[in-house]
Design a binder for this molecule. Sequence first.
Ligand SMILES: [Zn+2]
Length: 269
Amino acid sequence: MTRADLLESILERLAGAGAAKALFSADETAAWPAGALETLVNASMLQQAQPASVVECTGCEENCLMPLHVFPAEGNRLARAFIACDKRDDVGRVSVDFCRLEQWQTTGKLIADVLAHLLGLSRSASHAADGKQWNIGVLKGKKHQSPVTLLAGDSLMLALAGHAVPLIEVLAIEENALTLDKDELIRRVDKPAGETGDPVARRIRIKARVHEEKVKGTKAFIQVVAKEEGISASRIKQLVSTKRVPVKVRIGLTTALKPPASKNPRSRY
Ligand SMILES: [Zn+2]
């Protein structure tokens, strides 16, 4: 298993769990690339979870999952843990090393905090989460700025400047550190999908953002979005209120649809 495979499997498991919580047993982490667990714990992407109460049986060949029994320490006798295998008559009680009970977890919130840290942004309390999306903060590029949001669907994605970037494409476990391709994200910020591609899409996106803040009960919702987009509050109001397609777009479409008549006027007759 490479580090990239590991990261992918962690993110997949979290997305599969609805981004609530993904657990990793000591048996699993033992098979991870050397140093990876330590790196992820140091980066705060993983944290120690409650010890496991169910362990895979090593007594039979069926890898059965059995509830754990613990004998507390008594006198000079150390505490012991065991499982009672019921899959084979000749196995019975199987003792379990306490190390095998350790497990680690990650959550959507943990990942959001890590991303904010790697981007040098601070997640404030107002950055509320609804369990499927986490506001990371506003990333500044050279020309533009954009709010960055972690979205949990079939996979974990970063939404910014109208782009949806799979998290696995920009996150990596390097030698001893978890890294995020901030340069790539800044490139996306400076090339907003809504602007370079489709102004209508941009307006829809901004409208949705304003609506989101309004519903959340944000008082200065226009100002909040204006600040995020790096444009004036009056421009936001204009974009939100206007029902018509901007004139520029209509002109663009009309010209594009016209046959290139001027170059070959005779073909029109
Ligand atoms: Zn068993």
